[in-house]
Design a protein around this ligand. Structure first.
Ligand code: NDP
Length: 309
């Protein structure tokens, strides 16, 4: 029995140190070192080469380093074994930090004052809403969305969330399903996307959705680049329907040098850093998952392949 760690993106050193320290009962192999593929029962993966996992005949569980599994599910050769997505406190808290930073920045006109400073312009804006008067809406109320919603509510924002199924979070209004989307958007001044990328959510941030927000709303996308229809965003910013956007994720990453988002005065770009899985806290989740599997207990955070998340 072996755990194979596969990462084509991350420096494996921090991960292997944590894995070696905590995973005492299961031998570890770090791809591309793979002397005995038959021995591999567990795989912990971040952007594995397509087809690699299909070469492991005794694979029992795949653990994803990332919370989003859209890229893994796109591999037609992904073995039909349980797939566990990443839910860990480091990732969740990091995303909540990012969302609060961006919501507060737009709420307090941060991008406007940054521009005024660059131009040495002293132009106070004396009308300032309080957080309790600012309506924030979170698309996706899962591990990440729910924590961000709770924290924004604790900062006194007027928070609502939209999900497939209804939620009950103190101080957070719940909307759900296709019929809940329009009333949710109609009350949302700052919209945060934390949805998984699935066939249903692909391109959800489009012209129709922007038109359903109040004029002058702001959009923050920290989920996946494909949620956003880029031309529709540019048109909504140009027409004034949207006042601004913060984008952490893009259809093409790295964002090409010539892309109009880089220099757009109403767009804040960050390079897919909203939340990073933290090896220390994440490895604890993986070790617990392996322990549960070996003890015959149900796995947590299993991906439902039919839903796509
Ligand atoms: P979860 O699976 O925990 O939550 C997903 C949420 O989206 C759920 O509330 C779900 O509803 C809702 N949802 C899914 N499909 C629909 C739909 N069709 N209509 C309405 N609601 C829907 O995911 P996480 O919170 O862990 O992560 C969300 C995404 O964030 C990831 O998939 C990933 O793409 C992205 N991400 C981005 C990072 C970055 O650095 N930029 C870092 C980490 C993650 P319900 O609860 O009813 O099932």
């Amino acid at each position: 029995m072996t755990l194979l760690f596969v990462s084509t993106h991350e420096d494996p050193a921090a991960w292997t140190a944590e894995l070696r320290a905590r995973l005492t009962e299961v031998p570890l192999r770090v791809w591309p070192e793979l002397p005995d593929p038959d021995a591999v029962e567990y795989a912990l993966v971040w952007a594995p080469p397509p087809g690699l996992l299909a070469t492991l005949p005794n694979l029992k569980v795949v653990f994803s380093v990332g919370a989003g599994v859209d890229a893994l599910l796109a591999d037609p050769d992904l073995p039909r074994v349980p797939l566990v997505r990443m839910v860990e406190p480091g990732l969740t808290e990091g995303m909540t930090d990012y969302v609060c930073q961006q919501v507060l920045a737009w709420h307090r006109r941060g991008p406007l004052f940054a521009r005024q400073q660059r131009e040495a312009v002293w132009r106070p804006v004396l009308h300032q809403k309080l957080a309790r008067e600012r309506k924030v809406g979170i698309l996706g109320m899962g591990a990440l969305g729910a924590d961000a919603a709770r924290t924004l509510a604790a900062l006194r924002f007027d928070v609502a969330g939209w999900s497939r199924t209804p939620k009950s979070l103190p101080g957070v209004q719940s909307f759900h399903g296709p019929e809940g989307l329009a009333p949710f958007l109609a009350r949302t001044e700052i919209l945060v996307c934390l949805l998984p990328l699935t066939p249903e959510t692909d391109g959800i941030l489009d012209r129709r959705l922007f038109a359903a927000l109040p004029r002058g709303a702001v959009v923050i996308n920290a989920a996946r680049g494909r949620h956003l229809v880029e031309q529709d965003l540019l048109a909504a910013l140009d027409s004034g329907q949207l006042a601004g956007a913060t984008l952490d994720v893009f259809r093409e990453e790295p964002l090409p040098h010539t892309h109009p988002f880089w220099s757009h005065p109403k767009i804040v770009v960050t390079p897919h850093i909203a939340a990073i899985t933290q090896p220390r806290t994440a490895v604890a989740q993986v070790v617990e998952g392996i322990r549960r599997h070996r003890a015959g207990q149900p796995l947590e955070h299993l991906v439902d392949r039919d839903r796509g998340y």
